[in-house]
Design a protein around this ligand. Structure first.
Ligand SMILES: Cc1cc2nc3c(=O)[nH]c(=O)nc-3n(C[C@H](O)[C@H](O)[C@H](O)COP(=O)(O)OP(=O)(O)OC[C@H]3O[C@@H](n4cnc5c(N)ncnc54)[C@H](O)[C@@H]3O)c2cc1C
Length: 353
């Protein structure tokens, strides 16, 4: 009998959420992760914001995803005796009149209003914020301290630090698979944008977006909610320290901090937020995005022991738990992968095995 039911490659938000769901379902799970110090998950701000974009749209299925995420992360907080999930307000300031007009229109929709918070924006902002005459609104949002969640999960899972070379380290036959000598029923790629180089899932049309993020230390404490105005400022556990993000670069897909992208973020902040600060860190990583920013799960078209969970895009914290639950069901009970999330939709006959 194989030593493990599932070997997961990658301990970012995808791999961690999946591993925790599988373990809770009684599966024997091994996670292999390269231990890279900077990854999309490790630097993410973990914001879960229900109303987003210039058109102020209610985030896709947020009414299902957010309660599920809250309940799941809460369980892991209990198990690990750590705290990393926070219900936190988000304040959105309008950047132009047109946004205000869109807001007025949207307010007629009870589904939109359900996400608004009662507090007036002015009451939430610190004193040194200028130019809020355009107005804005506050909403009920949440935030995951992603690095703390990943760290807490490592204490609950079996994780080995190693980088898997799929050509050299993965072997399979009809019934089983072995990764670096660990036999399992399935191996699942949760490699984030790294999966763009995976020889088995090369057919997935990744459209990665590099994101730069700064860490700022303010001279005075700032209230603990996220502030959005063409950029976002996200709280940390330290009331003086916030994350400022995040840029989108669809061309330069590496994790080298881009000074110009950092300056653009700072300019956007300084245009209205006048609390002095120093930049104490600048990081960058690539978000794994595929077309519609809906996650992909499923199995290789000809080697059904090879699984895939990826494409969490800009919403890994919010979407990760729900999709992990869905894929866990497929792996454990054999339930079919829903067509709209199935990685096989991108495979073409004749793709190399
Ligand atoms: C600047 C920035 C800010 C963001 N802010 C937010 C936010 O506020 N809210 C939000 O929800 N999302 C945010 N995101 C998006 C979020 O980070 C992603 O959705 C999520 O991290 C993707 O997780 P993942 O596990 O798929 O990939 P990754 O985080 O890339 O994890 C993949 C893991 O697999 C490992 N790995 C890869 N290949 C191998 C291999 N062959 N062998 C061993 N290990 C391997 C890597 O080392 C890594 O640990 C942000 C992203 C960026 C870049």
């Amino acid at each position: 009998m194989a030593a493990f039911d599932v070997v997961i490659i990658g301990q970012g938000l995808a791999g961690t959420n999946l591993a925790l769901h599988l373990q809770a379902a009684g599966q024997r799970v091994l996670v292999l992760d390269s231990g890279k110090p900077v990854t999309a998950s490790k630097i993410a701000a973990g914001l879960m914001t229900p109303i987003t974009g210039q058109r102020l749209t209610v985030s896709w299925r947020v009414d299902e995803f957010l309660p599920y995420a809250r309940s799941f992360y809460g369980q892991i907080e209990d198990q690990s005796q750590r705290s990393f999930f926070h219900d936190r307000k988000a304040v959105r300031l309008f950047t132009k009149e047109a946004e205000q007009a869109v807001f007025e229109k949207r307010r007629a929709d009870p589904k939109f209003c359900a996400h608004l918070s009662d507090e007036a924006v002015d009451a939430l902002l610190p004193e040194n914020v200028a130019d809020t005459s355009g107005g804005g609104f506050s909403m009920k949002a949440a935030q995951l301290d992603v690095a703390a969640f990943l760290d807490a999960a490592r204490g609950l899972l079996t994780v080995e630090q190693t980088t898997v070379d799929w050509h050299r380290d993965v072997f399979y036959d009809a019934d089983a698979v072995s990764v670096l000598g660990h036999a399992a029923r399935y191996v699942v790629s949760c490699e984030g944008y790294g999966a763009a180089a995976n020889p088995y899932f090369g057919f997935v049309p990744f459209n990665g977006a590099k994101g730069d993020i700064l860490t700022l230390r303010f001279d005075a404490p700032v209230p603990a909610y996220s502030l959005h105005r063409g950029m976002w400022l996200a709280p940390t556990e330290d009331p003086f320290v916030f994350r400022l993000g995040a840029s989108y670069d669809w061309a330069q897909l590496d994790d080298v901090p881009d000074a110009a992208a950092g300056l653009v973020l700072e300019e956007k902040l300084k245009s209205f937020f006048h609390v002095p600060y120093e930049v104490i860190n600048h990081e960058a990583a690539v978000r794994p995005i595929v077309k519609e920013s809906k996650a992909l799960i499923g199995f290789h078209p000809t080697h059904s022991q090879l699984g895939f969970f990826n494409a969490l895009g800009s919403k890994g914290s919010l979407h990760g738990p729900w999709f992990a639950h869905l894929f866990c069901e497929c792996l454990v009970t054999g339930s079919p992968v829903p067509a709209e999330f199935d990685v096989q939709q991108y495979a073409k006959p004749g793709d190399p095995a």
